[in-house]
Design a protein around this ligand. Sequence first.
Ligand SMILES: [Mg+2]
Length: 252
Amino acid sequence: MQQAITFDLWETLIADSRALDKKRAVYRVKRAHRILHRAGFDVSRKELELAHREVWESCWEKWERARDISFADQVNLFLNLARPGLVKALQPAVIREIGEHYAKAVLRYPPRMIKGADLVLRELRKEGYTLGLICNTGRTPGFVLRKLLTRYRLLKYFDVALFSDETIVRKPDPKIFRLALKALNCPPSRALHVGDDLKNDVRGAMKAGMQAVWIEQTGQKAPAGIKRIKSVAGLPCLRAIALRRAQARHLK
Ligand SMILES: [Mg+2]
């Protein structure tokens, strides 16, 4: 039986959509445009839209190598891509204000909590598991995702919550799993990770010596032998099966 269970965030505990992502992009660009204009910088919406897209592409190169940049660096990148040298020309308070809106777009257009996620976490805590969160961030930094998780009453269940804009290392690098397990004081052999991404969650956790459970994605095939569930809400069933097997062995 595992002692610790770690969870992925996006598409495991919360579900996003393209429509929401688009709304957040429009919000970030609009706000940045307004703040820059007020500060006397004539950067067009088009330039900011392009920079917003390019940030993703630039970060992606790092993400492919399981590395990340801090949120402050992402905001600077956004501004300098919109207009080279912009960060140097701006007052720190202006950059801070743009960063705040960039980060908080997710609270304005929040992803929904996956049905039953709160009940599962509560149940697992009651059973005595220690729980961790290991999240690869995109545009939204950990300090705002913590607020979102507090809003959904999920954060309180985690003994550790790691976000890649803070750790700078990302899944599937085993280092981030080891960081979480160290904080949970649990050896990998007694830990399980749950997530939807085969490369980042399943293979990453296994490389760190943990067990993994994959949240099935339509159109994707998991390697043979990988435990799978349809949703995080199905996790107790899996545990019940494992426990029943253990009891059967004990009765023999
Ligand atoms: Mg995910």
